[in-house]
Each structure stands twice: as C-alpha cells, then as structure tokens.
Design a protein. Structure first.
Length: 331
C-alpha cells in the first residue's frame, strides 16, 4: 500500500476536556484558540453520555461504499462524489477526535474513563500529577492512552495545543484508513507526495482553509474557509497539462492562453460549460476558465496547482447552517 501524505479529506473536529475542577476548565477554555470546537465537562458521567451519542449519519467512510450484486458475485463500489458532498453534513464537526481527561477525579479516574469510551478512533490524552506519572507511563505502554500531559501548577496551553494537534492528525489518519485502502490500488498521485502535502499545508494557512475534500472533477481538492467560502484547488500532472494545451489549441483558444498553458503558467478549469457548448457567433470565455498555475516538484514528477475561486458550485451548500463558524456558534 502506498504511503499517503494527505488524508482524502479533512475537517475540524471536537475536542472534549474532562476535569472535576470547574475553575481549571474555565481557565483553560479562555486560553485555548477560539477557532477550536471544545466541550468542557466537570462530570465524567455526562462526558461519557455525550461521547456515546451516535451521529445522525453513518461515518463518511461507510457511506462512500455500497454493495452491488451481479449474477453470483458481489461488487463493492466506491462513490468518490460523496466525499465532497460531506460539506452538507453539519454533523461532521461534531465528530469527537480527542479527549483530554484528568486522571485524579473522585467519581471516575481518567483511566476508567478512557476504558469506557467505545469509539475506537477517539484519541486519548490524560492529565497527570507528579504522583500519577508512573501510572500514566504504564497506561501509555499498554495502549490505554495515546499521550499523557503533566498537570503542573501552570499548565502551558502550548503543550496542550501541540498534543491535541498531533492527536487530531492521528485521528484522521485512522478514521480515513478504509477510504485510503480503497484508493490504494490507483491513488491520485498528489495524495502520496509529501512535497504536494507541504504546499497544501502552506496554502491552507495562507488562505485560512479549515477543511478540504478529495475531488475528481476537476482533480484536486474542494476547500472551505470557516465561514463557508468555497474554492477548488486544481492539481494536475504533466500529462494532463500537455492535454490541456492541445485541447485549447484545437478549440481556437487565444494564442496568449495557449502559450501560457504550454509554459505551465496557467491551467484550465473546465467544469461546467466547455467550448463544445458554443455555436455560431457565440464566443467561449477562455479567460474565465483559466487560473494561475504554480509548480511543485514531486517525487514522481511535477504537479501543477491552481486555486479556482469563482467556480460554478453544484452542491446545495448553506454556510448559515453547515459551515464551521455555524457549528462554533451553536456551541
């Protein structure tokens, strides 16, 4: 199986903090990034009740697969179009990726709490005092927890931030494993290239992108900001860029655009109408269908990336109810 540098999709998730010391939770909440979706529980029983509530929809990885029977054989079909349709699911942000729980609580200690969490994908970090560190090390070695964080008098929120960020990445790596296994037979090359993954990470930071989804038409990623602004990151390989230049030339594109395509300065975004849809005196607007291209030198060859901002959107998406900001407001 190829090594994936990118998960096929990513979106913010919810982090739960459990500590019977309410003042500690209140102080921690004030210091955590306001862009985090957090739930704070002083009662571990209430936290477990919340974590055990099933989502309204089955996980995306289950909805992407369907069984079809033909004669005496069963065929499992992967529908990648459903990946980008996930933006219509407001419940996606409610997925609990990480719990950070205090070890020393009178009604239920942190290890008992972690053992009671039934979701196998949730990553667990435990806050420990000095006296509990041996217990935490043993629990970590036994696989009961994924991290332990010394709970000092002045717990650094940067330490919590770094641990939670790592655990969320681990959560998505495991959570999307079935989808990656299905794609492993013939994966889009950019998903397995670290150089492309690094460029996308920088772009997400630059453009304030908080979620993305694998897209097949055009090839690349559907990307959203927290307020629900949609754009597409088109990602093409050398052979696809050559085909685009030939296509533009054969359909009488302006020479300047053909030349820019040949020099890999622009790339075409032809989702929606195409030159074949225009007849007679009608003129196809090539300028509206090209975006600036940047080159990433990958392991297997070059990749060409372009951000398509003013694109036609065929997904019935309502930012007022299904964006990340809408979820944060609901908390």
């Amino acid at each position: 199986m190829p090594e994936f540098a990118l998960t096929p999709y990513f979106h913010p998730t919810t982090v739960c903090f459990i500590d019977d010391n309410r003042s500690f939770l209140d102080s921690l909440e004030l210091e955590l990034p306001r862009t985090w979706a957090c739930r704070m529980f002083a009662d571990p029983a209430l936290a477990l009740e919340y974590l055990e509530q099933p989502p309204e929809l089955p996980p995306l990885m289950d909805r992407c697969f369907s069984m079809q029977r033909r004669a005496d054989e069963a065929i499992i079909r992967l529908d990648l179009d459903l990946v980008e349709q996930e933006i219509n699911n407001p419940d996606r942000f409610r997925h609990n990726s990480v719990v950070v729980v205090d070890y020393s609580m009178p009604s239920m200690n942190g290890l008992d709490f972690c053992a009671a969490v039934s979701d196998p994908y949730i990553r667990k970090a435990m806050l420990t005092g000095v006296a509990d560190e041996k217990t935490a090390v043993a629990a970590f070695n036994a696989g009961l927890i994924d991290r332990f964080i010394p709970k000092q008098t002045n717990l650094s929120t940067s330490i919590v931030h770094d641990f939670v960020d790592e655990l969320q990445q681990e959560y998505f790596a495991q959570y999307s494993a079935r989808l990656k296994n299905a794609l492993a037979i013939d994966p889009p090359g950019f998903l397995t290239d670290q150089a492309v993954a690094d460029r996308i990470a920088a772009l997400m930071k630059q453009e304030a992108i908080v979620e993305y989804y694998l897209s097949s038409s055009p090839t690349g990623l559907l990307m959203l900001t927290a307020d629900g602004t949609i754009s597409r990151l088109v990602i093409l390989e050398e052979s696809e860029m050559q085909a685009q230049a030939r296509y533009a030339a054969s359909h009488s594109a302006p020479p300047a655009i053909v030349n820019a395509l040949q020099k890999r300065k622009l790339l075409l975004c032809l989702s929606g109408d195409t030159p074949e849809d225009y007849f007679g005196d009608e003129t196809f607007n090539w300028r509206e269908k090209v975006v600036d291209a940047s080159t990433v030198r990958g392991v297997r060859g070059n990749y060409f990336l372009g951000v398509w901002r003013d694109m036609p959107v065929d997904i019935n998406f309502d930012p007022a109810t299904a964006s990340y900001n809408a979820y944060l407001a609901s908390l």
